[in-house]
Design a protein around this ligand. Structure first.
Ligand SMILES: C[S@@+](CC[C@H](N)C(=O)[O-])C[C@H]1O[C@@H](n2cnc3c(N)ncnc32)[C@H](O)[C@@H]1O
Ligand code: SF4
Length: 403
């Protein structure tokens, strides 16, 4: 392993300190709101999302507000401040501003002061009008993530996206016109039928738009999706791993050259524009999720909401709770989770923090594993870091280090 104090990517541009009027002992809390409605189901998507149910939005709003209220009454949040709020989906832009405001207003009242550093939402190209975007901004939303996925018509078609490349561009322009200064674009690569040239062109087109943040996801075949059925039946062949890795590496280098270093495996940002909400997850902050299929992690306990809109609506109506299952996170789970999440970050795993929390010197206790992966790992400034050549192996390395 090499030691190089100059190489560490420091997320120093992100200020995780509180404003001076706040109690320094308060802990950050990330809030997630799941909006499960979509206009069409994409072939690869296994996020909980349903089509043709927009008529249920009014009752969904009523129930989600009840769920938030119930949390406010039952959880002791006095030791926390809300750091980030994220509206994810599904398709959050299917909630017009007045409806989204009802939820935002309630979640921000979970703690006092009711404010957040980052309030983000996902939008689908072509589905949010300029007028609505201006209103979202006026509500306090300050980060927009646009699911562009690709600029190539044949790939958008394969993924059964209902938007065109032109819509991605016009939506991006509208987002800017509405005044958003923190904008992200999502792209998917390693899509069957995609060439290196397609991928290079997608990245170049997105960089030309100059968003602050870019997420690049390798297409994964998730159980229960149309893509899974096609692959299973042999109708579709996914790209070879080497092609996938080649696209990833090219993309990472290209984005770095263009001023978007990757701070997490799939995420690249201009310095200072890393997604604060996701960093909260990856750094082990507590979070509360509302809406069907949302997850929470609070007080060493993780729980999952019901992944079915009707059942969610019924249960919240009866009990105020959306939970379906829960588990207590013991020390060994906490340890594994820390390894898994931190090694995804370019900043790596803080060995001092790990040692203090678990009373274990990882460099000693996992000597053999570290030796096995010596070509991919470095210790930089007391952080265990996976170097660029090992990023494609992150899952294997993490799983070897976990106990
Ligand atoms: C939860 S989706 C919702 C965002 C929004 N509804 C949309 O479709 O743009 C968030 C992002 O996850 C990524 N994603 C979802 N499923 C994926 C898969 N199977 N493989 C790779 N990326 C995926 C897409 O890039 C998408 O923009
Ligand atoms: S990818 Fe987005 S738009 Fe497509 S089904 Fe999933 S959540 Fe809905």
């Amino acid at each position: 392993m090499i030691n190089d104090n100059n190489m560490i990517l420091k997320l120093e541009t992100i200020n995780f300190t509180l404003d001076s009027t706040m109690d320094a002992n308060l802990k950050p809390l990330a809030l997630y709101v799941h909006v499960p409605f979509c206009k069409a189901k994409c072939t690869y998507c296994d996020f909980y999302s349903i089509i043709g149910r927009e008529d249920s939005i009014p009752v969904y709003l009523k129930r989600i507000v009840e769920e938030i209220e119930r949390s406010r009454e039952t959880l002791d949040l006095s030791g926390h401040y809300i750091d980030t709020v994220f509206f994810g989906g599904g398709t959050p832009n299917l909630l017009p501003p007045a409806q989204l405001e009802k939820i935002l207003d309630r979640v921000l009242k979970l703690t006092s002061p009711g404010n957040a550093m980052e309030i983000g939402m996902e939008i689908n190209p072509g589905e949010a009008s300029l007028e609505n975007l201006i209103s979202y901004k006026a509500l306090g939303i300050n980060r927009i993530s646009i699911g562009m996925q690709s600029f190539q018509p044949h790939l958008l078609k394969f993924m059964s996206r209902i938007h065109t490349a032109d819509k991605s561009i016009s939506t991006y322009r509208d987002v800017r016109e509405a005044g958003f200064e923190n904008v992200s674009g999502d792209l998917i690569f390693a899509v069957p039928g995609q060439t290196r040239t397609d991928w290079n062109s997608d990245l170049k087109q997105l960089v030309d738009l100059q968003p602050e943040h870019i997420s690049t996801y390798s297409l994964t075949v998730e159980a229960g999706t149309a893509l899974h059925r096609w692959v299973d039946a042999g109708h579709i062949k996914m790209l070879e791993d080497t092609v996938d890795t080649g696209m990833y590496d090219w993309g990472r280098n290209f984005l770095e050259e263009q001023g978007y270093p990757n701070y997490e495996i799939s995420n690249h940002a201009k310095p200072g524009f890393e997604c604060r909400h996701n960093l909260n997850y990856w750094r082990g902050a507590e979070y509360l999720g509302f809406g069907p299929a949302a997850h929470s992690y609070f007080n060493k306990r993780r729980h999952w909401n019901i992944r079915n809109l009707d059942q969610y609506l019924e249960q919240v109506g009866e009990t105020g709770r959306g939970g379906h299952a829960a588990e207590i996170i013991d020390l060994s789970m906490e340890k594994n989770e820390m390894i898994l999440t931190r090694l995804r970050l370019a900043q790596g795993l803080n060995l001092v923090e790990y040692g203090e929390r678990f009373k274990e010197n990882l460099l000693e206790s996992k000597q053999e594993v570290l030796q096995k992966w010596a070509r991919s790992l470095s210790v930089i400034d007391n952080h265990l870091v996976i170097g660029p050549e090992g990023w494609a192996l992150t899952d294997e390395i993490s799983s070897d280090l976990m106990s």
